[in-house]
Ligand binder design. Structure first.
Ligand SMILES: Cc1ncc(COP(=O)(O)O)c(C=O)c1O
Length: 362
């Protein structure tokens, strides 16, 4: 029995445009020669930096290409905690890896509640009014959040920006899923609404091209880009240029948008298969989010149902998922009846089968 994975927050191999990327890699390596095999600017490959800058309406010097978005999170957190020591505000639940990084940095993590419309701005405002000491920064994933699949409503985006401006609160907007929207209208980013003075925007090519290229990017406030780039230089001297140049070539050859369309259609079919199977097989006592994009949905099993115990029994039946409690700060004891289900990795028919197997264990 092969394992059906709802745990892997990764694109399935068939979602990766490997043949086109291979041609692009070969072409740039031949054309640019030693340039892409040498050390270079810590902020990354110039033409790709320029493309990202143009997409976000900033100077290329404000863009730093990182070795994946997560590596950039390490730089950002270290820089902000050094410059503005204080508690770090996160939404709960949130992406588990930043929680681990923040704990390792010794940061005090304050988890703010969210609901179906995303982070609760009143809770943010109250937290900022609660103490006279300013927090270091807010970390938020407003669109198709990992792990919940939820999206911050436009009203709340405006409120969040207003609150951040009133308190001069730096915000890190992590948005690797925004472009993989397969339904509904796109929302303006916090970065667009605020203008990029307080909000740092980060995304990555992991979900729009391929995660193995390890290329993420940060769009930073003008006075912060230099220090951020310096952290990159003192960590790895310069990033690998071949993957970054490969992406630039992929874009220049016109592959980016058509590939995105294909990925969106695939993800929609997978999301539909998961929603359909949940509706057919899961009891009325459970509920789930209905994301219009991204990779994940959030399952509430209902009172009295332990996700940890279900995960253990499911694994024995060849189905994996991540327990909800992994996405809350340790000791919070939240998320024990919740689960993150990724629909990005399995084909629709396997998703249907996996959900039915899970339901039979309830
Ligand atoms: C919310 C979020 N941020 C950042 C990342 C990091 O992605 P990468 O380092 O591949 O760019 C992920 C990966 O799944 C993610 O879900």
């Amino acid at each position: 029995m092969t394992v059906i994975s709802f745990a892997r927050g990764a694109p399935a191999p068939e979602l990766i445009p490997a043949a086109d990327l291979a041609e692009c890699a070969y072409a740039v390596a031949r054309r640019e020669g030693a340039k892409v095999f040498a050390y270079g600017p810590g902020g990354g490959y110039g033409p790709l930096r320029e493309w990202v800058a143009e997409q976000h309406g900033v100077e290329p010097g404000r863009v730093v290409l990182t070795v994946g978005g997560l590596q950039g999170f390490v730089f950002y957190a270290a820089e902000l905690l050094a410059r503005r020591p204080g508690r770090v505000l996160v939404e709960a639940p949130t992406y588990d890896r930043p929680l681990k990084i923040l704990a390792r940095e010794g940061a005090e993590i304050v988890a703010l509640p969210m609901d179906e419309e995303g982070l609760d701005p009143d809770a943010l405002d109250a937290e900022l009014g609660r103490s006279s000491s300013a927090p270091s920064f807010l970390y938020t994933i407003p669109t198709f959040q990992n792990p919940s699949g939820r999206t911050l409503s436009i009203e709340r985006r405006r409120r969040l920006v207003e609150i951040a401006e009133r308190h001069a609160l730096p915000v890190l907007e992590d948005d690797p899923y925004g472009l993989v929207r397969f339904e509904g209208e796109p929302c303006p980013t916090l970065h667009e609404l605020e203008g990029g003075g307080l909000v740092t925007y980060t995304s990555s090519f992991s979900k729009t091209a391929a995660p193995g290229l390890r290329t993420g990017y940060f769009v930073l406030p003008a006075d912060e880009a230099g220090a951020f780039e310096e952290r990159a230089v003192s960590t790895y001297i310069s990033p690998p240029f071949l993957p970054q140049a490969t992406i630039a070539e992929f874009i220049a050859r016109g592959h980016f948008e058509p590939n995105l369309e294909r990925v969106r259609a695939e993800l929609k079919a997978r999301r539909d298969a998961m929603l359909d199977a949940l509706t057919r097989h899961f009891p009325a006592s459970s509920s789930w989010s209905r994301p219009e994009g991204g990779y994940f949905l959030w399952l509430e099993l209902g009172e009295g149902a332990g996700a940890a115990e279900l995960a253990a029994r499911a694994e024995a039946q060849g189905v994996t998922f991540v327990r909800g409690e992994d996405f809350f700060p340790q000791s919070s004891a939240s998320g024990v009846t919740s689960a993150r289900l990724a629909f990005s990795y399995e084909r629709p028919e396997r998703i249907a089968e996996g959900i039915e197997r899970l339901a039979n264990l309830l």
